[in-house]
Design a protein around this ligand. Structure first.
Ligand SMILES: Nc1ncnc2c1ncn2[C@@H]1O[C@H](COP(=O)(O)OP(=O)(O)OP(=O)(O)O)[C@@H](O)[C@H]1O
Ligand SMILES: Nc1nc2c(c(=O)[nH]1)N[C@H]1C(S)=C(S)[C@@H](COP(=O)(O)O)O[C@H]1N2
Length: 199
C-alpha cells in the first residue's frame, strides 16, 4: 500500500472563478453549492479548502498548483470561466497545469447538461490529472451557473429519483483510487460510486 493510501481523509479543493463574485459585485454561490452537494453525497471523511478568484489565467494556474502541490488535494473542482467569452480561460489554465488529460469528464458533462440547457454546448470544461513525484490529483472544471453544479455532478433523474443519465461524480471515487488517493464512497440516493467488480 502506498503512503498516500494510508491517509484516509479525502482533501478537496473548491475554486470559484468569477470576476464579479471575487470583486464583491455579487455573492459567490458556487462554493456554497459545491459544499452542500459534497456534504450530502460523500459518506467517507473529507476536508475542503476553498478559493474565490477572478478570471485571470495566471491566478487560476497558481491556485490549482498550490491546491495540488502544497495543500495536497486529491480532487479539485473549479466552477466558472468555461464559456466562449474573452475572459473565460479556466480550461486553458487547467490544461496548462495537467500532466494527463481526462476527456471523458468534459464529454459526459456536456452530454448530461444538454438535457438541461441547449447552451451546454458552450461550456468548454476539461479535466486533468496533475502528477508530482509523490502525489496526484484529479482537477475538473464545472460551469459557472450555480445550478449546473448539481446537474453535472449528479446527472439527470426521473420523478422517482432513478438515474437517466449519469453525472460525472459516479466515476470520481474510482479515479481517485487509481491515482493513489484515499478510498471514498457516496450516498446512493444522490450518486452511485461505480467501481468495477473484483473477479
Ligand atoms: N460564483 C458565482 N456565484 C453566483 N452566481 C454566479 C457565479 N458564477 C456565475 N454566476 C451566475 O451565472 C452566470 C453565468 O456565469 P459566467 O461564469 O458565464 O459568469 P460571467 O458572465 O463570466 O461573470 P463573472 O465571471 O463575473 O461571474 C452569471 O452571469 C451569474 O448570474
Ligand atoms: N448543466 C449545465 N451546464 C451548463 C449550463 C447550465 O445552466 N447547466 N449553462 C451553460 C452556459 S449558458 C454557458 S455560457 C456555459 C459556460 O459557462 P461558464 O462560463 O459559466 O463556465 O456553460 C453551459 N453549461
Amino acid at each position: 500500500m502506498s503512503l498516500e493510501n494510508k491517509v484516509h481523509e479525502l482533501v478537496i479543493g473548491l475554486v470559484s472563478v468569477s470576476d464579479r463574485a471575487s470583486g464583491g459585485i455579487y455573492e459567490d454561490k458556487g462554493i456554497p453549492a459545491l459544499q452542500e452537494w459534497l456534504q450530502k453525497t460523500l459518506t467517507t471523511p473529507f476536508r475542503i479548502e476553498t478559493r474565490l478568484i477572478p478570471d485571470d489565467r495566471d491566478e487560476i494556474e497558481s491556485t490549482l498548483i498550490e491546491l495540488v502541490d502544497e495543500v495536497r488535494c486529491h480532487l479539485v473542482l473549479t466552477t466558472g470561466g468555461t464559456g466562449p467569452a474573452r475572459r473565460d480561460v479556466t480550461p486553458e489554465a487547467t490544461l496548462a497545469i495537467g500532466t494527463k488529460e481526462m476527456p471523458g469528464f468534459g464529454e459526459q458533462m456536456r452530454q448530461v447538461s444538454l438535457h438541461f440547457v441547449p447552451t451546454a454546448i458552450l461550456s468548454r470544461q476539461v479535466a486533468v490529472i496533475r502528477e508530482t513525484p509523490d502525489h496526484a490529483a484529479l482537477v475538473m472544471n464545472l460551469p459557472g451557473q450555480p445550478k449546473s453544479i448539481k446537474e453535472t455532478l449528479e446527472g439527470l433523474k426521473d420523478g422517482d429519483g432513478k438515474t437517466i443519465v449519469n453525472g460525472i461524480f459516479a466515476a470520481v471515487p474510482y479515479c481517485i483510487d487509481l491515482i493513489g488517493g484515499p478510498f471514498s464512497d457516496t450516498n446512493p440516493d444522490t450518486c452511485v460510486a461505480w467501481r468495477p467488480k473484483k473477479k
